[in-house]
Design a protein around this ligand. Structure first.
Ligand code: SF4
Length: 373
């Protein structure tokens, strides 16, 4: 078995009651069968509490007001952990914020950005993220697994990550090159021409492709009407997602009002240009942070296309993630009187991840949302 994890993986430590949020509210915690079985045999004073706090039929923990887990106390500590210890937490709680993507003979382990501590670690990580690997003798075979497609996706992801980390190029150019790869790979996969994908990878690593992507970016940015329409459509798609926390809806409505509602394309273009030059002068780190976000989304989800062949939607999802976070930051910058700091960025990043990545429904839907530059 091959295990892969990002280099910042070991930096994570849960801050528990000192956490600015909690991972035990806002979403339903599913209990694995093994833990459920264990909970049924618990004796002593905690038994009654466990009985009441568990929805045995739905196999989830019950929730109190504000969707707080039944076992989360007022100090934001877990009573189940206190009473039964770490070994008796269900798999979801034991693992979080670790996230595992499973492929035949491979486990890709990452840390979910929905945890504010993880968002902090990634947003403070200045070097290009690298990935560590370890191998064990454990073997496994899936009944159905397209090894050829996986190996192509694995190689393509390597190329895309290299492009995304090519800091000599503006992030916008790196985004367009990555989009181009996924777009061209998708048409070849649809036609059953998997091996042609190698030529796509070669093509996009050439200087001519960089020049082309650079020119496209300039043209798109100069087209104020087109840019405004695309940004509006990208953003409006988010309203179609399942709402996990009410505050997210409030935030979306506020961003819509600050950037789009009642504004013209020229006003939007002016605000965008001013924001970009403010970032370049006062917060150049954003360029690196955006790269880290793109690398996070691509490294986590791109190879999942082995199960559905949907390469382009995975890439769109990654781009939509980074672009949406930037739009929310732009709106916050406007609201704060043209100010923004590292805490704002961590806040926006982890809240975005909470809404999008912690609902299977949203993960499915976001791949179907429109995205264009
Ligand atoms: S969100 Fe992260 S830091 Fe906060 S309690 Fe959960 S795991 Fe710990």
């Amino acid at each position: 078995m091959l295990y892969i994890r990002p280099d910042y993986y070991t930096e994570f430590h849960c801050t528990a009651s000192a956490c600015e949020d909690t991972c035990c509210a806002g979403w339903q915690i599913v209990i694995d069968k093994k833990s459920l079985k264990k909970y049924k045999t618990v004796k002593g004073s905690f038994r009654r509490r466990l009985r009441r706090g568990t929805d045995w039929k739905e196999q989830v923990f019950r929730q109190k007001e504000e969707k707080r887990c039944a076992f989360l106390n007022d100090e934001n500590l877990c009573d189940l952990y206190t009473a039964l210890g770490n070994a008796n937490l269900c798999r979801t709680c034991r693992r979080y914020p670790r996230h595992i993507e499973e492929f035949e003979g491979v486990r890709e382990i990452t840390l979910s950005l929905s945890c504010p501590e993880v968002a902090k670690i990634l947003m403070q990580h200045t070097a290009p993220v690298t990935f560590q690997t370890a191998e064990t003798a454990r073997q496994e075979t899936y009944e159905e697994f397209d090894e050829l497609l996986y190996s192509m996706l694995f190689d393509a992801r390597d190329v895309i990550l290299r492009i995304l980390q090519k800091r000599a190029l503006p992030v916008g150019v790196r985004e367009r090159l990555s989009y181009g790869i996924a777009h061209d790979m998708q048409s070849r996969i649809n036609r059953g021409e998997l091996f042609e994908c190698r030529q796509v990878l070669e093509k996009y690593q050439k200087e001519t492709a960089e020049q082309f992507a650079g020119e496209r970016m300039c043209e798109e940015q100069a087209d104020a009407e087109g840019r405004f329409a695309a940004a509006k459509e990208n953003f409006r798609g988010l309203f179609k997602l399942e709402l996990l926390r009410q505050e997210w809806d409030v935030q979306l409505l506020e961003v819509e009002e600050l950037l789009f509602l009642g504004h013209t394309a020229q006003e939007y273009a002016r605000a965008t240009a001013e924001f970009q030059s403010w970032l370049a002068e006062n917060y150049p780190m954003w360029e690196i942070q955006k790269e880290q976000l793109l690398v996070y989304f691509v490294s986590t989800y791109f190879c999942g296309a082995v199960y559905d062949g949907q390469v382009l939607p995975k890439m769109k999802m990654a781009l939509l993630g980074a672009e949406t976070i930037e739009e929310i930051l732009k709106a916050r910058w406007l609201k704060n009187g043209q100010m923004l700091d590292g805490e704002d960025i961590v806040d926006v990043v982890y809240r975005y991840s909470r809404e999008v990545e912690h609902s299977d429904d949203n993960l499915r839907k976001i791949e179907t949302l429109p995205f264009s530059f």
